[in-house]
Every structure is written in C-alpha cells, then in structure tokens.
Design a protein around this ligand. Structure first.
Ligand code: ADP
Ligand code: MG
Length: 703
C-alpha cells in the first residue's frame, strides 16, 4: 500500500513526489526494499529519512586511547573471530580488531552467526562503533555496530562526519548513504523547495531548506547539523501552529453554547455521590461552570496527579451539559479505561435518570450499531468511548460537551476531531501528566488550565519499596499478610516491548503460577490486551466485587483504572518501566483511606536504572518524578512529545527546543495577522502544507 509521504515538504516542481527510482543508483529491486522496509517510496521520503546519529570520522580514536565507559568509533583490521563457550546458555562471540596501537575485542551475545561474516573478511578494514569496557590492557566493545571500510571506494564513509541511518534488511549503511547523497545532488539543487519567507528565515536565523537538508544528511560541522535540525523543527511546528491558529479562528467565529443552568446540575450530582468534593474539585468545577455559561467555547485542561479525582469533575461538566439538553462525549485512550469510565459514570448517572452508552472499536457489530444509533438519535445522553468516537461513522444528535481523558495519549488535532462532531461543543481535557511550565504554553497554547492540587481526604502516601528478584518469596509473604486483612492486589508482569501476544502469554503464565504454586488459598484473575472487551469487563467487575483477590495484569491497567480496595501493587521487572509509567501504575493504589503499598521487584543493570527505582521509592510527587525522569533519561523519551502532534522528527527534543518552538508559534500568529487566510500567492505553498498536515493527522486518528 502506498503511504503518505513522511514529510510535508514535497511540492510541485521539486521532483520530490517522483518515485524513488528517479534517484541515481536506485534500481526497481532496491526501491521495493526501501518501500517495504523503510516506507521510502518517493524522492521526498528518501530526503526525509534522517540519520539516527552521526559519527565523527574526521579522526578515529586509537584503541590505546579508549577509556572505560566511552562510546567510541574506531577503525582497524579484522584479526579473527571465535565463539566462546560460557556456563550459561549465552553464546559469546569475540572478534579481534587491530589498529596501529592495539587490539580491541568486539563482543556479541547470542549471535554465533557473526563469526562466519568476520571469517570472510579477515585482514580487511572495518569501522566499529561500540561501548568500551576496559579491564587493564584488555578492551572489549559491546553493543557494536560496524561496517566494512574501504577509504578509496567509499568517500562518504571517511574523513567526515558520517550519517548513520535507520536500516532494514537488505539495505547497508554504505548504500543508503550513497543514494541519500545522490538524491540531495539531484533534487536539492536549488531553492525551489523553499517555502518560508526569506525575511522570516533571516529573523529566526534559520538556514534555507536546501542548506538544512545538506546539514542534516552530510554535515561538515556540528553547527551546520544543528542549524539544519533547528530549521526543520521550526518548520514543522510553524505549520502545526498555523493549523491550530486557523482552527481557533474558525471556532471563535462560531459562538459557543451558553449553558444557562449550571448550579442545580452540580448540586444534583453532589447529592448522588457518597463523598463531598474537595476544595480543589469545587474550585475547578466553578471555573468550568463559568466557561460553560459563557458564549465563548470552553477549551480547558484539568491537570491533577493520579488519584486527585478528575473523573468526578468531568461528571459535573457532563451533568451541566445534559441538564441543559445537550449530549456529552467522553473519550479515553484505552478500551479498559473507556469501559471503566462507562461503568463508573453509569453507576452514578443512572440513578439520576441519565442514559450512558459505550462505544469502543471492539464492540460486536450489533452492539456497535445500537450505540451509533443511540448517539445519533440523542437517546444516549452520554457516550463514553475510545478513539472510535472520532471516526466518520459517528454522529451526535446534539453534542454540547466533549471530554478527553488522559490527554497525553492524544494529539492536539485528535482533540480537534472530536470537537468537530458537534457545532462548537465545549471541550474539557484531563491529564495526570505533570507538564513542565515552559511547555504548557507551547504545547497547550490554546487551552486554559485548571489544577486539582489536593487529594481527597484521608489518603495516606503510598509506601513504596524496591526489592531484588531474590527477595520475591519475601514480597509474596508480605502480600499474603495483606490479603489476609482483606486487601486486594495488582501484580504487574514484566514489560515486553512491542509485542502484545508475548506480553499476554507472560501474564497468563504468571497468573497460573501464582494461582497454582503460591496463593492457592486465594483467587487470582488475569487481565491483558488480547482479551475480548467483554472478558476484560467481566474480570474488572469480579475484581471490583472482591471475587478476585489478586489481579495479574499487563500494563493495560496503567491508565486510570480505579478499584479503591486494591491497595497493593507488585511490579515485576520494575527496571524495564520508565518512571512516568511506574508512577501511573503506582497510582492504581492509594485510592482509599487504607495504607497502600507499591512493591517494585527489579535488578537494574545500570546505575541509572537503580537511581530510577530509588527515586520511586523515595517520593510520590508526580512533578518531582517527571523532573528526575528528564534528568536521567533525557527529554528524548519524555512523552510530552506526542501530544504536540510533532512526533515525526527524530531529533526533536521538546525541552531543549522550547525557545525555537515558541518562536515558531509567534511567527505563525504574526503571519496570520498579516494574511489571515493565507490567501496571498506567496503563501500558497504554505497553505497547501497546512492543509496536508491537517489531513494527515486526521487520517492517523481514524485508522
Ligand atoms: P484520577 O484523577 O486519577 O482520574 P479518579 O477520578 O479516578 O482519579 O478518582 C480517584 C478515586 O478517588 C476514585 O475512587 C474516586 O471515587 C475518589 N474520589 C474522587 N473525589 C473524591 C472526594 N472528593 N472524596 C473522596 N473520594 C474521592
Ligand atoms: Mg482518571
């Protein structure tokens, strides 16, 4: 299937839309491999296949000079390779490489087949990148990347800063480098592709697109590379801001709904609740009520740490909408969470005569049809669902309010799509993600912010302990004691990245083991992503009803799940999780007034890993954890990136790049001051890009 190009840079006259076979050296067969493995179909796709890192090969490090812990690039001759037997099941392959001053050993684990590859090129030169570990005079390199090296034949690989591209089977660095270079020479020759006004480039000190692309693919200096990256970051964010600003303008034109009646519905809800609102909840609800009364559409972000009680705040807004004769929609990022919100909201709302409907992607066809009909006819006052809610087939009779829970899983433009389901409905966004203040304006520029800065009364801070794998029996014994007191527990099985099937199997095995071998006297339940929605719902209901004592789960429960009597959470292989994720998982307990416990089992292999777990054990402060997480992992992993909708640039670093993002935002707004609809001929290209970007993200959301 032909995919959308990876960048919005293509335009008429540049040749960037031509198939990648137009590039010298790209055969039909090679093009097929590029398309299938790397989604490179056009010239533009190839130009947008950015290096994932660079190696400074202007001078190689000499092996004798390499220090323990360095990440280095060396060049040397292959001496030979051997497979070394070990006592564990691991195969170790060691490959000797020699330069003029010493010998290094490349170490491969469980890759016995590499021996053959190196045997074939004994005596030849290779370039090696790896992590150094030194024991006296012996130097090992692990996590190795290498390529054959022939200075005469391959000028692109030596004496310069060399790009290292993401690869796929059948594509070597050398070949990809050659075709990327050819594409730049053939198709990046003039400034036809430039579409930012020259005076803007000057003001923002940005290179032209042409220079930027050379700087990103084949930089002659770090400065040139960084300038190129800045330019593309600016570019992408500039377009996104234009999209948002244009939308905002339209939204402003259409008046918002005036919900006249706000006090009585909130009181009505309060009377149906078993507890009183906290002061913080009252304050935020009052802020929401003011927004909803006004003719201006509400666009509000409610931020509150896990367990702060955001759901009931949303319910207050929903009650206001419903009692004023409108429907409300609530969108959650996962099926589990949507189902839980559905059940929780229905429990309260049904007693008030309000109808609640669930709409999620995996409903059986018949139920889905019924849900769609109920939304369209207005019979459903409230529709709770996943992103299925923003699909084309969904229509509302009279949508007045759209609530988006756990915003960090959605992009800004997805939120916009939900808004488009009504005529200017009010929008309420809820997130537990502590967003550094510097980012709030940039990423959430179009939202007003309310903060729930208080937990419901009687909460005790969760006691968190970090235990080693060897201490697991002790952990289980502590759990047994807590179960005996009538508590319930989650056991989160280890994270297996990217593979739901394996993940589900691991959880099943763990549940079976705990039931049969450890907790025979209790009932162990199981929850994972491969189960049918009805099965998941049944399990959650049984757990909530205390028929199950232990719930073994994958991270499907990470977001939002709420069972107050569950006050213990055990997290297996905790070192595999990020801190933000651990914080979310831990937030599943500590929701009632009993003392809660989080027991992390982990044997981290790095100092950073140990520091993460130690921090988790020390504090439950979400802001602090986010900050520490940033310090330890770098902002590259910070999940603030996704919500901005600008996730296509591998070198974007939302924290580092705040100044440039702000600048792009200001320039975008300034441009629209001058040319509100981008109708001037010199902005035609830009307008086309804005359109395309908008559609692209919309398409992503509906697939
Ligand atoms: P989150 O902010 O993480 O979404 P929830 O909305 O799931 O938190 O609320 C967490 C728990 O606190 C729920 O069990 C909810 O019923 C309870 N809760 C919310 N507000 C109050 C309150 N004012 N007093 C007591 N319990 C509350
Ligand atoms: Mg929640």
């Amino acid at each position: 299937m032909r995919e959308e190009p990876q960048t919005a840079e293509q335009s008429a006259g540049t040749g960037w839309d031509e198939p990648v076979t137009a590039v010298k050296g790209v055969t039909d067969a090679f093009a097929a491999v590029l398309g299938k493995g790397l989604k490179i179909w056009t010239v533009g796709d190839l130009l947008a296949h950015y290096p994932r890192r660079y190696e400074d090969r202007t001078q190689f490090k000499r092996i004798v000079d390499v220090r323990h812990g360095d990440a280095v690039t060396i060049m040397g001759k292959v001496l030979g390779a051997e497979n070394v037997p070990t006592r564990s099941r691991v195969t170790l392959t060691k490959v000797g490489v020699e330069d003029d001053g010493g010998v290094a050993y490349l170490v491969f684990f469980n890759q016995w087949f590499v021996k053959k590859q190196f045997d074939k090129i004994r005596g030849q030169k290779i370039v090696v990148y790896g992590k150094a570990s030194r024991m006296g005079r012996n130097l090992d390199l692990t996590e190795v990347e290498w390529e054959p090296f022939d200075e005469d034949k391959d000028a692109l690989a030596a004496n310069r800063i060399v790009p290292i591209y993401p690869l796929t089977e059948g594509v070597s660095q050398a070949r990809l480098r050659r075709v990327a270079y050819a594409a730049l020479e053939q198709f990046n020759t003039d400034d036809a592709a430039e579409r930012l006004p020259a005076d803007l480039l000057r003001r923002a000190h940005l290179p032209t697109l042409k220079d930027a692309l050379w700087g990103i693919h084949f930089p002659v200096s770090d400065e040139q590379r960084i300038d190129g990256q800045r330019r593309l970051i600016f570019d992408e964010f500039f377009v996104l801001q234009l999209v948002l600003a244009l939308r905002k303008r339209q939204v402003h034109k259409a008046p918002g709904i005036v919900f006249e009646n706000t006090d009585a519905p909130v009181k009505e809800l309060q009377a149906a609740l078993p507890y009183a609102m906290t002061n913080a909840q009252d304050r935020v609800i009052a802020e929401i009520a003011i927004d909803m009364q006004s003719v201006k559409s509400m666009n509000r972000l409610v931020q509150g740490d896990v367990g702060a009680g955001k759901t009931v705040v949303a319910m207050a807004a929903i009650m206001i909408a419903v009692r004023n004769g409108y429907q409300a929609a609530m969108m959650a990022p996962t099926e589990i969470l949507a189902e839980q919100h559905y059940l929780g909201i229905r429990r309260i709302m049904e007693t008030l005569g309000v109808t609640v409907t669930l709409l999620s992607g995996s409903l059986p066809a018949k139920e889905k049809r019924a849900a769609l009909a109920a939304a369209a006819s207005g019979e459903a006052n409230i529709v709770v669902g996943t992103h299925a809610l923003i699909q084309d087939t969904v229509a509302f009779h009279k949508l007045g309010l759209a609530v988006v829970d756990e915003q960090h899983r959605f992009g800004v433009l997805q939120r916009a799509a939900l808004k488009d389901k009504g005529t200017s409905p009010d929008i309420l966004v809820m997130t537990a993600t502590p967003i550094p203040r510097t980012l709030t304006l940039t990423v959430y520029g179009d939202l007003d912010v309310s903060i729930i800065d208080q937990l419901p009364p009687g909460r005790k801070p969760i006691k968190t302990h970090w235990k080693r794998g060897a201490e697991r029996p002790m952990v289980y014994e502590s759990l047994r004691a807590l179960l005996a007191e009538g508590r319930q527990a989650y056991v989160i099985c280890s994270l297996i990245e990217e593979n739901e099937k394996l993940q589900a199997r691991a959880a099943t095995e763990l549940a079976n083991h705990l039931q049969a071998q450890v907790f025979q006297e209790y009932k162990v339940g199981l929850l994972h992503g491969q189960m049918k929605p009805s099965e998941k719902e049944e399990t959650m209901t049984r757990f909530r009803d205390r028929e199950l004592h232990i719930l073994v789960s994958t991270t499907v429960i990470e977001v939002g799940v709420d069972v107050p009597n569950a006050s213990v959470i055990i997290i297996e292989d905790a070192e595999r999780f990020g801190m933000a994720q651990l914080h979310q998982l831990r937030g599943r307990v500590g929701r009632g007034s009993t003392q809660s416990y989080c027991l992390m089992i982990g044997d981290p292999k790095s100092e950073d890993g140990a520091a993460r777990l130690a921090t988790m054990a020390r504090t439950t402060d979400g802001f602090l954890i986010a900050e520490e997480d940033l310090k330890l992992r770098g902002p590259g992993d910070f999940y603030g990136t996704r919500q901005s909708g600008i996730e296509t640039l591998p070198f974007l670093d939302v924290l580092r790049d705040v100044p440039i993002l702000n600048e792009a935002r200001q320039e975008a707004f300034a441009l629209l001051e001058e040319d509100p609809m981008l109708n001037r001929p010199e902005h035609a290209e830009l307008k086309a890009r804005v359109r395309k970007q908008y559609k692209r993200v919309m398409k992503l959301t509906s697939s």
